[in-house]
Design a protein around this ligand. Sequence first.
Ligand code: BES
Ligand code: ZN
Length: 901
Amino acid sequence: MAASPDQFRGQARLPHFAAPLRYDLRLRPDLAACTFTGAAAIAVAVSAPTRFLVLNAAELDVDRASIRFQDLAPTDVAQFEEDEILVIGFDRDLPLGEGVLTMDFTGTLNDQMRGFYRSKYLYNGESRNMAVTQFEAADARRCFPCWDDPAFKAKFKLTLEVPSDLVALSNMPVAKETVSGSIKTVYYEESPLMSTYLVAIVVGIFDYIESSTSEGTKVRVYTQVGKTNQGKFALDVAVKSLDLYKDYFATPYPLPKLDMIAIPDFSAGAMENYGLVTYRDTALLYDELLSSASNKQQVAITVAHELAHQWFGNLVTMEWWTHLWLNEGFASWVSYLAVESLFPEWNNWTQFLDETTSGLKLDALAESHPIEVEVNHASEIDAIFDSISYDKGASVIRMLQSYLGAERFQKALASYIKKYAYSNAKTEDLWAVLEEESGEPVKDLMTTWTKQQGYPVIYAKINGRDLELEQAQFLSDGSSGPGMWLVPVTSCCGSYDAQKKFLLKDKTDKINIEEFAASQSADGEKNQNIWIKLNINQTGFYRVKYDDELAAGLVNAIKAKKLSLMDKIGKDKKNLALLYTFSRFLTRCHILLAGIVEDSYALSVACKQTLTSLLRLLNAYNDESDYTVLSHVTSVCLSISKITVDATPDLNKDIKQLLINLLLPAAIKLGWDPKDGESHLDVMLRSLLLTALVRLGHNETINEGIRRFHIFFEDRKTSLLPPDTRKAAYLAVMRTVRTSSRSGYDALLKIYREASEPLEKSRILGSLSSSPDKDIVLEALNFMFTDEVRNQDSFYILGGISLEGREVAWTWLKENWDYVLKTWKSSSLISDFIKSIVPPFTSEEKATEVTEFFAGRIKPSFERALKQSLERVRISSRWIESIRSEPKLGQTVQELLQAKA
Ligand code: BES
Ligand code: ZN
């Protein structure tokens, strides 16, 4: 073996000749000085002759003199910061078998929200520090030297020395506690085999509430002192989810306890540390008086997601970050399963279309990446926690589940969990289990979706008796890529009961529709006009482009059928069978209508369909009142409104009016005030429509928002502005704020400063930069740099920047780039700066300018975000050109406007 520690540099992964078995870690954080000291004793199995031990360490001061392997002192110790490794060399080969590596080290409780870090909170009006860990993806190495790779599972036994008045939590329950003066030593039980990224520690002052699962597992929610009330909802969701997952995975919750805790400075939304799940405040806490319906839903989804990881991720762990999607895609998918079962009235699977849509949008970029992506350096990992791993991941799982059938799928998952418990798995391992259980060619099918980026659009057309299908890779820039997929196509013809499932294996295929339609109308409804719909319930990860004949019939046929059924129900209200058929039909109908809008929008962006025809299609949704449909219609409306500012400035006002006309009837029906007994989805719809109308510049809505805001400003307890409509009012206020009349901005700032609740603060931050006045936008952006805004909250301000403010925001970003990089460099939040500020531009020149600015400044943590943002700019620029050349756009807009009047 070569003689130098240098040989281990530049490798993606650690060498395998030695692996950790057990970590005995003792840590002593100093919360005042923001430092810590540590001692590690790591039982290591040496399996091949080596003179070196190679493990990870970063930003740690390792005391070289303290290092021993058994009795041996090293002769050569090298710490390579760039590779984040510690190489310990001895003068002879180490004995094969088990030995203990010991060393002492010190580090800083940093301000970067990763590794072992410091978070600040108020206790009795005084600022205090807490010590917190966030190790995923590769930051355990910033807290203790370790084999920081998910495949090196080991047992962990932690000991913490902390001030005796503080609460100290870790993954496992406390085994023993001793107090000596003002310091207590807390010994935790040894953990089962687990990966380093799941180790966690929290030290601070907290209250908690407790409950337990049917198996007797103790579950606690820790909050700031006096706030445990806000933890009740999450606690309830947690207990129920644990029970549900235990059954679903046919495996008990693996640890003796589960704690969940809100951390005031937190870069992600939540983190699934084994037995000690950490959350951003807003992702865990729910307060009837402060939270909106959508906040509530987000808490449920987040808790269900992190708890799913306790099995999928923690018990069975991806073998390497290439398989990150196994963790994240699955947890996302399973969280919908849990929430659907806990809150059926939320129509959660219908809302899942949001996930699929974001996946489809990102994956239509040439700068997307395959679900399984090569990872060569730790710094590249953060960037793959994106919509591909999460949303596309979750969507292809759903597609597979609906292809294989729910029961078979669940059985296979349970065997997979059993087979790989306390160990690691690759994507292929999961396919193998599913294939065995189902007898279907799962691996071949799924490989086309996980190893290949992108997805197909399926062109559907009628030719005589045949429905002809053709697949081609869909790209938003209008080109068509080389990709080919095994597509599980679902279709129905005339009725949902005449369904056909098949695998589209080649570029083209056809189905005989006469046979197909012969079995139609099992729900008792004969249809005059044949309609054919592909991708039932939008469970497929693809888009569909119908030919004109099919497209023309579809939306109207669906709507006619819906009306006729509603009519029947009206005449026979007691017919339960009919009611059941109807409600099932309605849900499908809504997903279908939402799916059609999304596909048409995407095709329009790619210039495969005109904006003119998209507007005509949208116009057919004018009497919609369903949340799912309207949430997709609304997001499409807002995008159209933005693009036409640049594409057709002369028409922009009329187009906005058209879009307002579309959304207004549903908004008027709902009004601003909540109604007794109304559904969760109607509450969400109200908030969605009002904010959209404000953004589209609807004067009456803006004025009403301002009126209610004034009342609220004087009396924060008024019932006129509950949390669900507050954001709309805040945005309304900001639409009218100018440098010369800035009282609305100052009023919002005042509320911000007085609010003690992070939820209220985030709502305000999300509005501050939405003024049409450039100087106000600039002021809001600079506010982000003050100590009144936590670094974790930057993205709220960035996400709200008005279109009018895009130029000033870009100038601001350039001027402050060094500071932004220094402050946010180590978190995924850095890419939000680029993702929010670059894509609103729509010209080739701007894309060039951005490219030039970043030349020489690119880092792996945001490189992909930058490339994707630039691609988006170019896609918009191309779309604009195409819109400008649409001959009938102006005429159609006038026609549709007049039809309304
Ligand atoms: N494992 C992630 C947290 C994470 C994200 C760690 C990025 C490191 C980098 C966690 O399970 C997660 O996915 N959290 C989501 C919330 C969820 C509801 C989608 C998040 O933080 O947004
Ligand atoms: Zn996750």
